[in-house]
Design a protein around this ligand. Structure first.
Ligand SMILES: [Zn+2]
Ligand SMILES: [Zn+2]
Length: 180
């Protein structure tokens, strides 16, 4: 818990320290990062990008068959899912969520922000993190969606952070659930 607190305050310092003072390093291979990310060009090219995918629900598919989401209207305009949960993306997510490597979460949030900027015109009006249940927060020591929201907002034009949601039930862990 103490380490998470320390890492969180380091993350806050990173918001104000000029990037020239902490040159980016690839989180996957430790080479110098590129494009202001802690990710080198080679590892970026090797990430399991979610393309092609449905432009509405982001389910992987090349569009040859109509996506199942076409059968019932979606309750949102579009889902943006830049990466598939496999290979190096799965390693980054696992390290972030279950081993508290907040820098991996910052990288994932930056990649999400870039995908939102590219695919979600017009930009959303606000960032609304889905909070962790209080019990899970005590176990984990940090709220991963709050950390992702910080990274998304750092890389996009100023967007208000809207803490409008409260989680009532501690659901089963996402990692233990089926894709459906
Ligand atoms: Zn690399
Ligand atoms: Zn779809």
């Amino acid at each position: 818990m103490v380490n998470y607190r320390l890492a969180r305050s380091v993350n806050k310092w990173l918001d104000i320290i000029p990037p020239a003072l902490y040159p980016p390093r690839c989180r996957l291979c430790d080479d110098p990062g590129a494009d202001g990310l802690d990710l080198c060009r080679g590892c970026r090219a090797d990430l399991p990008w979610n393309t092609p995918c449905c432009p509405h629900c982001a389910l992987p598919g090349d569009g040859a068959l109509p996506c199942p989401c076409r059968q019932s209207p979606l309750p949102f305009r579009a889902a943006v899912v830049p990466l598939r949960y496999e290979g190096p993306a799965e390693r980054l997510i696992t390290a972030f969520k279950f081993h508290g490597r907040l820098a991996d979460g910052q990288l994932l949030g930056a990649l999400l922000a870039d995908a939102v900027r590219r695919d979600a015109a017009p930009l959303p009006a606000a960032v609304v993190p889905v909070p962790l249940h209080a019990r899970r927060l005590r176990q984990r020591g940090f709220d991963q969606t709050a950390e992702l929201a910080r990274a998304v907002r750092r890389r996009l034009p100023p967007l208000p952070l809207c803490r409008a949601l409260r989680r009532r039930d501690a659901d089963a862990r996402q990692a233990t659930r089926s894709a459906r």
